[in-house]
Design a protein around this ligand. Structure first.
Ligand SMILES: C[S@@+](CC[C@H](N)C(=O)[O-])C[C@H]1O[C@@H](n2cnc3c(N)ncnc32)[C@H](O)[C@@H]1O
Length: 156
């Protein structure tokens, strides 16, 4: 199952980008034997300042056709890492070829796009900056692959 992180805005060179790259490399390596990954980041940029709906149109265009859609949203479901790992395995075992996570911009994700999602995932009720959400998601993907592989990274 290929994994896509579709995000509004460009992540510049720096510690957040390094962390995302590092965790996704680890995810790819750990997930290879589990039919998870590879993971790629797809960035969209609305330079005309059209707001949420313009960003949603760009995101929808960039999403792989038929992808299982998971939006990152503070109003979504808060879950443990093992539960998230189970959810990933469930999507994979249910036959999903592409899984797309969507991270919004400063105004969030357009409600019409949110309504199309198969799942809304929350990293808690607080609002985080989008670049940190990318890092957190990449880390949770690696953690989930480690849990599913029985590796020592996750200790609960
Ligand atoms: C700066 S936030 C935008 C918040 C916006 N005011 C809203 O109402 O959604 C940018 C993006 O980061 C993600 N995000 C921020 N906090 C989050 C959280 N607690 N859980 C999951 N995703 C979050 C969402 O995808 C959000 O669209």
């Amino acid at each position: 199952m290929r994994v896509h992180i579709c995000a509004v805005g460009r992540l510049r060179k720096g510690p957040e980008k390094d962390l995302v790259d590092d965790y996704l490399t680890r995810f790819d390596r750990t997930g290879r034997g589990l039919s998870l990954g590879p993971a790629q980041v797809i960035e969209v940029d609305d330079r005309k300042g059209g707001g949420m709906s313009a960003e949603a149109a760009l995101l929808e265009k960039a999403l792989p056709k038929g992808a299982t859609l998971c939006v990152l949203d503070e109003r979504g479901t808060v879950e443990t890492s093992p539960k998230f790992a189970k959810r990933l395995a469930g999507w994979r075992d249910g036959g999903a070829s592409d899984l797309a996570f969507v991270i919004g911009g400063a105004d969030g994700i357009d409600p019409a796009l949110r309504a199309k999602a198969h799942h809304g995932l929350s990293f808690g009720k607080m609002v985080w900056p989008h670049m940190l959400v990318r890092v957190m998601l990449a880390e949770q993907l690696y953690r989930a692959a480690s849990i599913l592989s029985g590796g020592p990274y996750h200790r609960s």
